[in-house]
Write a protein that binds this ligand. Structure first.
Ligand code: ZN
Length: 159
């Protein structure tokens, strides 16, 4: 099973919705702006932290490659979580634009996906649409008019 692991830039830039998404608690602590928090409340993002043995394994490799000096504790947690997922027999993909994380992931044989897709210059934003009456909903997960669930749609941002 493919599991996507989101770093904070992936959340700030509201990178596409993946079927299975994880992040670490340090990333959540970095997310404070209101828009990202409300985005987080809508997506199914599970928070999981790596074991200390996974962190040690990643640090060991990072010391060899020299990446240890460029990686933050949050970066190491994300990599260690990916390492743990891989060990459990699933396929982790880290969603990040951070060069050190990408480099380190390669050393660990872990795939990455970039946050800002090359060649796309248009800006997008997420809007909430009601599944029932299709109206746009400003807040929450439930339509205030018909009570149906709300889903996210990516639309071109007019600036
Ligand atoms: Zn509705």
């Amino acid at each position: 099973m493919q599991v996507y692991i989101l770093d904070s830039s992936a959340i700030f830039l509201k990178k596409g919705l993946y079927p299975s998404m994880l992040t670490v608690s340090r990333v959540l602590k970095e997310i404070k702006d209101r828009e990202s928090v409300s985005y987080l409340s809508l997506i199914d993002l599970e928070v999981k932290d790596p074991d200390s043995s996974d962190i040690e394994e990643v640090k060991k490799v990072a010391r060899k490659t020299g990446d240890i000096y460029k990686l933050s504790e949050t970066d190491i947690d994300l990599l260690a979580l990916a390492f743990k997922i891989k060990k459990e027999g699933n396929e982790p993909i880290i969603v990040t634009d951070d060069y050190s994380i990408q480099n380190m992931a390669r050393s660990l044989g872990i795939k990455t996906d970039s946050v800002v897709q090359k060649g796309i210059s248009e800006k997008f934003k997420w809007v909430r649409i009601c599944k029932g009456c299709k109206r746009r909903v400003d807040e929450g997960k439930i339509c205030p008019v018909c009570g149906s669930e709300v889903y996210l749609v990516r639309v071109r941002d007019k600036i």
